[in-house]
Design a protein around this ligand. Structure first.
Ligand code: DGJ
Length: 541
């Protein structure tokens, strides 16, 4: 480089630096990244603990209506709002897109420093097809309906119509293309593909196209997956397949048996394939993380009696090979036995994300958030009906305020085995199991109770309690939540004492001793609020 070239280059660098152009690399779009056993949502190159809430279905369809909700959403302490995007609203005429409302939603969210997850209400919303535009609804020749066994058409688009997939995909692609250029600041973190897909009132579609597919061979992609995952298959599917000889080819009834369960497997495969094509089409334009959500099946109900063939645990081994582009099979939980279900959705091939964790204003919402994040590495939690939060004192905002403080530590330790979550399990009928829980963390044992020795609680009060523990050093723990009593012991028989317990994460909190630690016998988190304590232990013999 000669002197004058060097001078020009230096001058350019100085000018660029003055204008703030240098070393400003655009952050990658939001994506998922593994950390040990956890999967984290990476936003602007940093892990992001999604503390969300889902709006009522129609709240984001009117900018004037949504605008009035922000004080409530801010009081709810959410960092992310889950908001629908409606196919009929963005594509009122075929090929003519109108993103005015979506752009307004983006603008409002940014003005309130809040991120968004968008819910694509396309071909299906809760089994039905009510969000399809009029030009789809009215053209049943081009966009045929699913039918019952008796041939009665339903207000449900059949997944066996290529024209429906093409139309839904075109709209979805347009949405992603719009976001790619209109959301360079990454306000939108993820997209939910459709909503609670599931066949009703019968187990499968019996339209002519569906019946033709029913008599066709099972696709090799499914049987090859079954053969490759024999050790981890879901029990019912595994039994159905293995008792028929673990065949790698044949019709649906030959491979799985002539049962209603096989009809559900068949329908699940075809839903999954539709969603796969849609998801892949969207990702090809703008590769945001994408997930599907599912309505759970009530105990004792048979396929056809619940929204069937969605990504339910007993069908994971159909949905995983059927829709490999989908990042997360996500759970909507409206039953009391949250723990029973949440456990099943955390697998090495599936991170836990809960887009609809029952209703936002319930008294145990916060405890569920702590449990899911602490025990199952959930990267996000979001109850439904966040519009209904009544001020900042309900369980959810209280919990979110504390989880926000803990987020950097949770993000750091998630997936390393150093984070555990606690909540008393409920049965489907709502009975609570308040027995103390024992875990080992490093060289210590923890006995976690949901009441202090002197407290007599009602089952309803026990349900509102929960929390998490992070092991932040060999002898150091962070304990957070509400109403937990923790007795520390050692794994090697040494006696354990509390060297120091301190309130909060900074050095402004009280030193806790005396009555606050029951004279050194245990750590106690008060039962009337979510709080944090830092704990240092020592051993003696
Ligand atoms: C589950 C659905 O996914 C939501 O969109 C909403 O309809 C709720 N049910 C209502 O409880």
């Amino acid at each position: 480089m000669d002197g004058s070239t060097r001078r020009v280059r230096v001058a350019c660098l100085v000018a660029a630096a003055l204008l703030g152009w240098t070393s400003v690399q655009a952050a990658a779009p939001p994506h998922l990244r593994k950390q040990g056993s956890a999967t984290q949502l990476i936003v602007d190159d940093q892990p992001f603990l999604l503390l969300g809430g889902e709006l009522h279905n129609s709240s984001a369809s009117s900018l004037a209506y949504l605008d009035k909700l922000w004080p409530t959403l801010k009081a709810a302490e959410v960092n992310t709002v889950l908001a629908p995007v409606e196919w009929d609203q963005i594509e009122p005429m075929e090929g003519r897109f109108d993103f005015t409302v979506l752009d307004g939603v983006l603008k409002q969210a940014r003005a309130h420093d809040t991120r968004l997850v968008l819910l694509w209400f396309g071909a299906w919303k809760n089994s039905m097809s009510t969000y399809a535009p009029a030009w789809v609804k009215q053209d049943t020749q081009r966009f045929p309906r699913a039918q019952t066994r008796a041939g009665v058409p339903q207000d449900i688009l059949t997944p066996f119509a290529p024209a429906t997939l093409a139309a839904d995909s075109a709209a979805y692609r347009a949405l992603l293309a719009h976001l790619k250029q209109a959301d360079t600041q990454h306000t939108v973190l993820m997209i939910q593909v459709e909503n609670e897909i599931g066949m009703l009132p019968e187990v499968r579609d019996y339209s002519a196209a569906a019946n033709a597919a029913w008599h066709a061979p099972v696709p090799a992609a499914l049987t090859m997956y079954l053969a490759a995952h024999q050790d981890t298959l879901q029990p019912a599917l595994k039994a159905a397949w293995q008792t028929r000889g673990a065949r790698t080819s044949g019709t649906w009834t030959e491979v799985f048996g002539d049962t209603i369960d096989t009809e559900e497997i068949f329908q699940a495969w075809h839903y999954a394939q539709f969603v796969e094509a849609l998801t892949a089409a969207g990702k090809a334009v703008y590769p945001l993380p994408m997930y599907v959500n599912v309505a759970l099946n009530r105990p004792g109900k048979r396929p056809g009696e619940y929204p069937s063939a969605g990504p339910l645990p007993h069908l994971f081994d159909v949905w995983k090979p059927g829709a490999p582009s989908v990042d997360v099979l996500a759970i909507d939980t409206y039953f009391p036995n949250f723990i029973h279900w949440a456990k099943q959705f955390k697998r090495p091939d599936n991170p836990l994300f809960i887009p609809e964790a029952n209703h936002a204003e319930r008294p145990d919402a916060g405890a569920d958030a702590f449990y899911a994040i602490g025990e199952h590495d959930a990267f996000g939690f979001s109850p439904f009906a966040i519009d209904d939060i009544k001020g900042g004192n309900s369980s959810l905002p209280q919990a979110y305020r504390v989880l926000k403080q803990l987020a950097p530590l949770i993000n750091r330790y998630q997936g390393s085995g150093k984070v555990r979550g606690f909540k008393a399990p409920l049965s489907y009928d709502g009975d609570v199991d308040a027995a103390p829980q024992q875990v080992r963390m490093g060289g210590y044992t923890l006995q976690v109770s949901f009441n202090a020795p002197w407290e007599k609680l009602t089952p309803a009060e026990v349900q509102t309690r929960g929390g998490l523990v992070i092991q932040s050093g060999d002898d150091e723990f962070l304990v957070a939540g509400k109403g937990l009593t923790i007795v520390f012991g050692s794994a090697d028989g040494a006696m354990v004492g509390i060297e120091q317990a301190t309130e909060g994460l900074d050095d402004k909190g009280r030193w806790l001793n005396g009555d606050e630690t029951h004279q050194g016998r245990h750590i106690g988190l008060p039962g009337d609020a979510y709080t944090i304590q830092r704990v240092k232990l020592y051993r003696y013999r």
